[in-house]
Design a protein around this ligand. Structure first.
Ligand SMILES: *Cc1c(COP(=O)(O)O)cnc(C)c1O
Length: 389
């Protein structure tokens, strides 16, 4: 008999009843150090007092009004994002995949309104992940995500990650945009080197096409900059955001330049919940923390410490680990064993990690992970590796 919850997930037999900062408490009382943070979602940890206050204060005032009316919390969050980034304008969604939908629509509408309606093509890359909507799976293009769900949304060209030579010939008179994650998350913490991101920006400028960045996982302070592309010193035309921006409350956004967004006039797009007062009140509180340069420099300091200790872990367990890669607090341990086995051993040792493709165990802790918690994390990761040896 089919379970009452549609069985699309394979779940670990863990049942958390409470969260505190970087800790999750199981129903049986066990305390787990959470290095997954809901897959890069709980940017400020669980039950952050500032976020709880923002949410409960808004909850007693007003939960929801339609986008038929003005929503001051939404305006405030948009103003914060515009002030802190390349963007001139923001549309709020509820998830990463909805941000992907709008990014694709916006790029196509841009060229339509410029008098080049043939420019509908989007170039994407192997190993990418852009969510589970029809546009998201078509953009990723992998068999794993698309098989059985055809006909797929047309217009996507998939190139091999890292195949520089394929890029220029793939751009034709019908190309609207390039869509890429600055650091692939699900694909296994695969960073696009700064030089390549710079090169992509230059190529888009030369060819006159749009650059769309998917910063759903790597954005919102995760890499030690507010957004990952800042490390390369370039800016996109359109950027997808979600995960960390709501700190655990469902919230996403598409950020864009005035030029790229020029086709999106009244009536062209909308969302019932997108930019809801509860979500935006929390989003404002998240931004007040993560956009603070002192907070980000402290993230970088603690990330450096974690990375240094992980190098020691790898050296101590050469039979389990190959290396560590990633930026800031978006780290991947390349494993010589099945990453799922390590994640399981981590559960037994009281530490939460997340598997990814390319034999990677992901560490995506709360950005507030303390030095003491880093030490505790290493003790537990070492215990997990020792148990597997
Ligand atoms: C998680 C993720 C998405 C999809 O976000 P949802 O909120 O699950 O729809 C899209 N892109 C990237 C890079 C992601 O990590």
């Amino acid at each position: 008999m089919i379970p009452s919850v549609l069985p699309t997930y394979s779940r670990a037999p863990l049942h958390f009843v409470k969260g505190e900062g970087s800790w999750l408490i199981e129903a049986d009382g066990r305390r787990f150090l959470d290095l997954g943070a809901g897959i890069a979602v709980n940017a400020l940890g669980h039950a952050h007092p500032g976020l709880v206050a923002a949410l409960t204060e808004q909850a007693t005032a007003l939960w929801h009004v339609s986008n038929l009316y003005e929503i001051p919390q939404q305006q405030a969050l948009a103003d914060k994002l515009v002030a802190a980034t390349f963007a001139d304008t923001v549309f709020f969604t509820n998830s990463g995949t909805e941000s992907c939908e709008l990014a694709v629509k916006m790029a196509r509408k841009y060229w339509h309104d410029k008098g080049a309606p043939e420019k509908t093509g989007i170039i994407t890359f192997s190993g990418s992940f852009h969510g589970r909507s029809s546009a998201g799976i078509a953009a990723a293009g992998s068999e794993k995500m698309t098989k059985g769900f055809g006909p797929l949304l047309p217009g996507f060209t998939h190139l091999d990650w890292g195949d520089h030579d394929a890029l220029e010939p793939a751009i034709t008179g019908t190309t609207a945009a390039i869509l890429i994650e600055p650091i692939q998350g699900e694909g296994g913490i695969r960073p696009l080197p700064d030089q390549c991101l710079k090169g992509l920006r230059a190529l888009c400028d030369e060819k006159g096409i749009l650059l769309i960045l998917d910063e759903v996982q790597c954005g919102v302070g995760r890499t030690g900059r507010l957004f990952a592309h800042e490390w390369a010193g370039i800016t996109p035309d359109i950027m997808m955001v979600a995960k960390g921006i709501g700190g655990g409350f469902p919230l996403g956004a598409v950020l864009a330049t005035e030029e790229a967004a020029s086709g999106m006039v009244a009536g062209t797009h909308g969302s019932t919940y997108g930019g809801n007062p509860l979500a935006c009140a929390v989003g404002c509180a998240v931004m007040d923390h993560v956009a603070d340069p002192d907070f980000l420099s402290d993230v970088n300091r603690r990330a450096g410490l974690l990375r240094q200790k992980l190098e020691g872990l790898i050296a101590a367990h050469p039979d389990i680990f190959e290396n560590v890669r990633g930026t800031g607090l978006m780290l991947g341990l390349k494993c010589k064993i099945a990453p799922g086995d390590f994640v399981q051993a981590g559960y037994d040792a009281g530490v939460i990690t997340v598997p990814a493709a390319d034999n990677i165990v992901r560490l995506l802790p709360a950005l507030t992970l303390t030095e003491d918690e880093i030490a505790e994390a290493l003790t537990r990761l070492d215990a997990a590796a020792t148990a597997l040896a």
